[in-house]
Write a protein that binds this ligand. Structure first.
Ligand code: NAD
Ligand code: AHE
Ligand code: ZN
Length: 374
C-alpha cells in the first residue's frame, strides 16, 4: 500500500538567525525502512536554539528543527517490522541499528549507520520528505519534531508504553535522558561522590537528578543566573554558586569548597571557558569531568596538559550514553513508576503558533522546558 502525502503545519526555520515561521508543508509517505509519525508534543532544547542561531556547523536551511518529541505512528514504509501503526514512539536523534560496528561494540550508543545523511539534513536515501511552497525543506537531527507529521528511520523509533503521557515523556527524547544518563552511564557517579554541575537548565538539573539517584553526597550547582537555583535545589542540589559573586576563578572557589576538588563535574552549558573550569575544579588524581554542552562551530577547548598528567580525566557524553530503542522504554517506565521526575521540568506549554515565545523564554533564562503541543 502506497501512502499519501500529508499536508499539515510545521515551524520552518528558513535561514539562520531568523524566527521560525509556521507554514503549511507537505510530508511525503515513508519509504522502505521509514516511519511517518503524528507528532503530538515536543520540548524545546538549547540545541534547537543553537542551530536556529547559526552555531551548528551541520546546520542546513531551510529546515524543520525539533529533536525532543513524542508521537504516534501514522504509517510505516516497506519492510518495517519493529514498529506498527498506532505505536507510541519517541524519535531518536541517535538511532540504534544493532548491526553497525558501534552498536555491536557494546561500548557506545553512537550508532553510525545513518549518521552522515542525518548530518546533511536528509533521509538515508539522500532525499527529504518535506516540501514547503514548492521548495525542499531539510530534516534536522533525523527527527524534525516541530512538525505535525514527520518521517524518521525505523531504527530511530523507541517504542514506549501507551500509558505514557506524550506531552511529558517527550522530554525523555533529549534533555532529561541526557543529563541523568551522563551521570549514571557515562561518569558512573558512585554513592558519596562530590559533584559539580555547570549550567542549571533542563540538562543541568537532569544531571542534578542523576547525581541524587546515584547517591552523591554533595551536588554543587553553578550558574550565572540565580533564578535557576531554586529548581536545582528541588531536584537535589545541596548548594548553588554564582561565579559572578567571586573575585577569583570559579574552579578555585570549588577546589577550596571541596578540600581539593570534586570527584565529578559536568558541563551543561556549551561554553569552552566553563568546560575548562569544570575540568580544573576536579580533584587531583581521580576527578573526572564530563562535557555535555555543545560548543559553537569552530570553538576549541584548552587547559594545561599538567591537569591531565596529574590524574584528572576529560570525557564527553551524547544522549547520556543511552541506546534508545533498548533502554528508553525502560526509562519511560521508570517515570511511570514514580522513580524519575519528568513533569516538574515543564515550566511552560505553547501551541505551535507560539513556538517563538518558547525560544525567547529559553534565551532569557526564564524556562527550564517549554513543551509545544501539535
Ligand atoms: P539551557 O539554556 O536550558 O541551560 C543553560 C544554562 O547555562 C542556563 O541556566 C544558563 O544560565 C547557564 N549558563 C550560560 N552561560 C553560563 C556561564 N558562563 N556560566 C554558568 N552558567 C551559564 O540549555 P539546556 O537545554 O539545558 O542545554 C545545555 C547544553 O547542553 C547546551 O549546550 C545543549 O546544546 C547541550 N545538550 C547536549 C546534549 C548531548 O547529548 N550532549 C543533549 C542536550 C543538550
Ligand atoms: N552538529 C554539531 C554537534 C551537535 C551535537 O554534538 N549533538 C549532540 C546532541 S545535542 C542534543 O541536544 C550529539 O548527540 N552528538 C553526537 C552526534 O553524533 O551528533 C556539530 O558540531 O557539528
Ligand atoms: Zn537536545
Amino acid at each position: 500500500t502506497v501512502g499519501k502525502t500529508i499536508t499539515c503545519k510545521a515551524a520552518v526555520c528558513w535561514e539562520p538567525n531568523s524566527e521560525l515561521v509556521v507554514e503549511e508543508i507537505e510530508v511525503a509517505p515513508p519509504k522502505a525502512g521509514e516511519v511517518r509519525i503524528k507528532v503530538t508534543a515536543s520540548g524545546v532544547c538549547h540545541t534547537d536554539m543553537y542551530t536556529k542561531d547559526g552555531h551548528d556547523s551541520e546546520g542546513m536551511f531551510p529546515c524543520i528543527l525539533g529533536h525532543e518529541g513524542a508521537g504516534i505512528v501514522e504509517s510505516v514504509g516497506e519492510g518495517v517490522t519493529s514498529v506498527a501503526v498506532g505505536d507510541y514512539v519517541i524519535p531518536l536523534y541517535i538511532p540504534e541499528c544493532r548491526e553497525c560496528k558501534f552498536c555491536k561494540s557494546g561500548k557506545t550508543n553512537l550508532c553510525s549507520v545513518i549518521r552522515s545523511t542525518q548530518g546533511k539534513g536528509v533521509m538515508p536515501d539522500g532525499t527529504s520528505r518535506f516540501t514547503c511552497k514548492g521548495q525542499e525543506v531539510y530534516h534536522f537531527m533525523g527527527t524534525s519534531t516541530f512538525a505535525e507529521y514527520t518521517v524518521i528511520a525505523e531504527i530511530s523509533c523507541a517504542v514506549i508504553s501507551k500509558d505514557a503521557p506524550l506531552d511529558k515523556v517527550c522530554l525523555l527524547g533529549c534533555g532529561i535522558t541526557t543529563g541523568v544518563g551522563a551521570v549514571l552511564n557515562t561518569a558512573k557517579v558512585e554513592e558519596g561522590d562530590v559533584v559539580a554541575v555547570f549550567g542549571l537548565g533542563g540538562v543541568g538539573v537532569s544531571v542534578v537528578q542523576g547525581a541524587r539517584l546515584a547517591g552523591a553526597s554533595r551536588i554543587i550547582g553553578v550558574d550565572l543566573n540565580p533564578d535557576k537555583f531554586a529548581m536545582a535545589m528541588e531536584f537535589g542540589a545541596t548548594e548553588c554558586v554564582n561565579p559572578a559573586e567571586f573575585d577569583k576563578p570559579i574552579q578555585t572557589v570549588l577546589v577550596e569548597m571541596t578540600d581539593g576538588g570534586v570527584d565529578h563535574s559536568f558541563e551543561a552549558i556549551g561554553n569552552v571557558n566553563t568546560m575548562r573550569a569544570a575540568l580544573e575544579c576536579c580533584h587531583k588524581g581521580w576527578g573526572t569531568s564530563t562535557i555535555i554542552g555543545v560548543a559553537p562551530a569552530g570553538a576549541e577547548i584548552s587547559t594545561r596538559p599538567f591537569q591531565l598528567v596529574t590524574g584528572r580525566k576529560w570525557q564527553g557524553s551524547a544522549f547520556g550514553g543511552v541506546r534508545g530503542r533498548s533502554e528508553l522504554p525502560g526509562i519511560v517506565q521508570r517515570y511511570l513508576d514514580g522513580d524519575l521526575k519528568v513533569d516538574e521540568y515543564v515550566t511552560h506549554s505553547f501551541p505551535l503558533a507560539d513556538i517563538n515565545v518558547a525560544f525567547t523564554l529559553m534565551a532569557e533564562g526564564k524556562s527550564i522546558r517549554s513543551v509545544i503541543s501539535l
